[in-house]
Design a protein around this ligand. Structure first.
Ligand SMILES: [Zn+2]
Length: 298
């Protein structure tokens, strides 16, 4: 009876994974056969999507089972080569049971631009996602690629993979998938706002108020553990150490306080130099005109 119960629940999970696959495909988050999904079944058993099958057309029997090293334990189709990325997260985070990896276009635009995901613009994003990291680029399917998430995954469930896509982690399939929906919706709003030409940010103090709501909703935020006063809430401080030699600098989305800093350093010098050049040019021309008027040879 209990064996039957276990089988039933695994079949339900397979159906649920196919449903999440249909949503990933219908939302345009994974073209053709792109993307992959995983779900922990037991201590060393992980249900995952097969390679070369569209996430929009999967049947429960198409799914594979692997161990935490990526060895295939069950399934007639070959497991996804990107399962190593999921396993990195499942091994590092015992609280995570499911991961969704795909290429949602708006979030992937930030991945290609290496643009850090800005904060202090929308309260829902701050509460439900919080800090998002960008990994350095590596060739997909390799162990080196799977390792790129390790410096960040302790502190966030949402990671942008440079020049590639996203991976989101959750307690179950739906939780992991919803984080993909939220990051892409947020990036879409940011791109639209940028097209209007003006991005407004709220303050670090207002960001702190939002972060303090999270424990009451059962949502962890690493910045509360470190002390909010130690974090640059509207900047990108939490992941600076993890970036090592890869430090994505904001280019399109720079909060007001950093714009002021830029103005007082870089562009101030440029203004001075330009001002100096114009002054000496005017002096030289005036001198020549005065000499000509006075009949003095130049
Ligand atoms: Zn991919």
């Amino acid at each position: 009876m209990s064996a039957n119960g276990t089988l039933m629940s695994e079949w339900k999970l397979r159906e649920r994974m196919c449903e999440i696959g249909r949503r990933v495909y219908a939302k345009g988050f994974a073209a053709a056969n792109d993307g992959n999904i995983s779900m922990r079944l037991g201590e060393n058993r992980v249900l995952c999507t097969p390679t070369r099958v569209s996430k929009g057309f999967m049947k429960p029997d198409d799914l594979c089972i692997v161990d935490l090293e990526g060895n295939q334990l069950a399934g007639t189709r070959k497991r996804s080569s990107e399962i190593l990325l999921h396993l990195s997260i499942l091994k590092a985070r015992p609280d995570v049971n499911s991961c969704v990896h795909c290429h949602p276009p708006h979030a992937t635009a930030f991945a290609v631009a290496h643009e850090p995901i800005p904060k202090c613009t929308m309260p829902e994003f701050e509460v439900f996602l919080g800090e998002v990291a960008i990994t350095p680029y590596e060739t997909p399917g390799t162990q080196a690629f799977a390792n790129t998430v390790l410096p960040y995954i302790k502190d966030t469930d949402t990671i942008i993979l440079a020049n590639h896509g996203t991976i989101t982690a959750g307690v179950d399939l739906e939780d992991a998938y919803f984080k993909t929906e939220i990051i892409d919706a947020y990036c879409r709003i940011l791109i639209l706002t940028k097209q209007l030409g003006r991005v407004n940010y709220y303050s670090d103090e207002k960001a702190a108020e939002l972060i303090k709501i999270k424990p009451g909703l059962g949502i962890r935020d690493a910045r509360l553990e470190r002390g909010l006063e130690n974090c640059d809430l509207c900047g990108n401080s939490l992941f600076r150490e993890g970036y090592s030699d890869f430090k994505p600098e904001p280019h399109a989305f720079i909060p007001a306080k950093y714009q002021d800093q830029q103005r007082s350093t870089g562009s101030a010098h440029a203004d001075q130099a330009a001002g100096g050049d114009v002054e000496s040019l005017v002096a030289a021309i005036t001198d020549q005109v005065m000499r000509a008027l006075a009949g003095v040879p130049a």
